[in-house]
Design a protein around this ligand. Structure first.
Ligand code: PBG
Length: 343
C-alpha cells in the first residue's frame, strides 16, 4: 500500500470524525465560555508591612512594596478592601530594642500588631484581618521559635516552649479582634495548641489558617530584608520543610486538618504547584498559596528590565496557582492584579 501523508488520512479519509479542539478556542466569547479557571479580587490576600515610624519607607529589596506607618497601613488596607480584596495579612517590623530571646513583645496587648488590628477593625469592620503567628519579628535570634545553644554551641529551636508562646501571641491577636491567625512557624502541634487556647478563652469564632507546607525556601530572602528578620545564626531547615519533599506535605496536611485548622497554606506557590495539587487532593479545606517575596521580585525585575510583559506574566502566574488548586492567593501583586482584572 502506498504510504499516505497524515494530512490525507485525517482530512480525506474520515472528514466527519475529525476532532478539532481548536473550535473551543476560536473566539474570545467561546474561550470565555469554556474557561476552567478565573481570577477575581476575592481570591487575593494582601500581605502588608508596617512599622512604628510615622513615615512610610520603600522596601529596597522589594521594589514597589512599602513598609507603612500605622496611619498609612489603615488607609492602604481600606483602598484594597474598596477594590474587593477581602483580607490582608499583617507583617510588623519590630524595633530592635523590643526584640528579646523570649520574644515577650509578641504577646503585648499594646504592641504594634494589636494596635493595628484594633484600628483596622474600627475603620473597616468587614475587612478580614489575618495575623502572622511566629516569633521571628520579635526574637533577637531572628528564628520563628525560641533558640537554645548546647554546650558545643550548636543551635536548637525549642518546639513545645515555642508553641506555648505562640498560643499567647494568637490570644493577643484574638483579643485585639483578628479574624484569622496564621501560624507560619512550622512548630509541631501548634495548630491544636492554638485552637485549644483560643477556645478556652471563648474565641471559638477566630479561624486558623495553618502554614501547612512551608518550605525552607531561598525565595524568602527579600521578605527578611523588608523586616530585618533574617536569622542571626543558622537556617530554618530544622522546622521548615525540605524543598525535595512532596509526600511530607501530605503528612502535614493530615496533621493540620486533624488538629483543627480551618484553612491550609502552601508556600512558596509558583514553584510548588505540584504540592498545591497534592494538598488539594488530600483535603476538603480551603487552600491558600503564598506567592512569596522572591517570586514577586523575579517578576518585578524581569518586567522592569523590559524583558517580560508584567501584566501578562503576573496574571498568568496567579492563574496557574489557582488552577493547581489554590482557593486563595497571598500576593504582593493583589492590588495591581485587581486593577488589571477590571480593565
Ligand atoms: C516568617 C515569615 C516569612 C515569610 C512569611 N512569614 C519568612 C521566613 O519564614 O523566613 C516569607 C514571606 C515572603 O517571602 O514573602 N514567619
Amino acid at each position: 500500500m502506498p504510504s499516505r501523508s497524515l494530512e490525507n488520512r485525517f482530512l480525506n479519509e474520515n472528514p466527519t470524525h475529525m476532532i478539532r479542539p481548536r473550535r473551543n478556542r476560536r473566539t474570545p466569547a467561546i474561550r470565555s465560555m469554556v474557561r476552567e479557571t478565573t481570577l477575581c479580587p476575592a481570591d487575593f490576600i494582601l500581605p502588608m508591612f508596617f512599622h512604628e515610624d510615622a513615615s512610610d519607607c520603600p522596601i529596597a529589596s522589594m521594589p514597589g512594596v512599602t513598609r507603612w506607618s500605622l496611619d498609612s497601613l489603615i488607609r492602604e488596607a481600606g483602598e484594597a478592601y474598596a477594590i474587593g480584596i477581602p483580607a490582608i495579612v499583617l507583617f510588623p517590623k519590630i524595633e530592635e530594642a523590643l526584640k528579646s530571646p523570649f520574644a515577650e513583645e509578641s504577646a503585648n496587648d499594646e504592641g504594634l500588631v494589636p494596635r493595628a488590628i484594633r484600628a483596622l477593625k474600627a475603620a473597616y469592620p468587614g475587612l478580614c484581618v489575618i495575623t502572622d503567628v511566629a516569633l521571628d519579628p520579635y526574637n533577637s535570634d531572628g528564628h520563628d521559635g525560641l533558640v537554645q545553644r548546647d554546650a558545643r554551641g550548636e543551635l536548637h529551636i525549642l518546639n513545645d516552649e515555642t508553641v506555648a508562646i505562640l498560643c499567647q501571641q494568637a490570644l493577643c491577636h484574638a483579643r485585639a479582634g483578628a479574624d484569622i491567625v496564621a501560624p507560619s512557624d512550622m512548630m509541631d502541634g501548634r495548630v491544636a495548641a492554638i485552637r485549644e487556647a483560643l477556645d478556652e478563652e471563648n474565641f471559638t469564632q477566630v479561624s486558623i489558617l495553618a502554614y501547612t507546607a512551608k518550605y525552607a525556601s531561598a525565595f524568602y530572602g527579600p521578605f527578611r530584608g523588608a523586616l530585618d528578620s533574617a536569622p542571626k545564626d543558622g537556617d530554618k531547615k530544622t522546622y521548615q520543610m525540605d524543598p525535595a519533599n512532596a509526600r511530607e506535605a501530605i503528612r502535614e496536611t493530615l496533621l493540620d486538618e486533624a488538629e483543627g485548622a480551618d484553612m491550609l497554606m502552601v508556600k512558596p506557590a509558583g514553584l510548588y504547584l505540584d504540592i498545591i495539587a497534592k494538598v488539594r487532593e488530600t483535603s476538603t479545606l480551603p487552600i491558600a498559596a503564598y506567592q512569596v517575596s522572591g517570586e514577586y521580585l523575579m517578576l518585578k525585575n524581569a518586567a522592569a528590565g523590559g524583558w517580560l510583559d508584567e501584566k501578562a506574566v503576573v496574571l498568568e502566574s496567579l492563574l496557574a496557582i489557582k488552577r493547581a488548586g489554590a482557593d486563595l492567593i497571598l500576593t504582593y501583586y493583589a492590588k495591581q492584579a485587581c486593577g488589571w482584572l477590571s480593565e
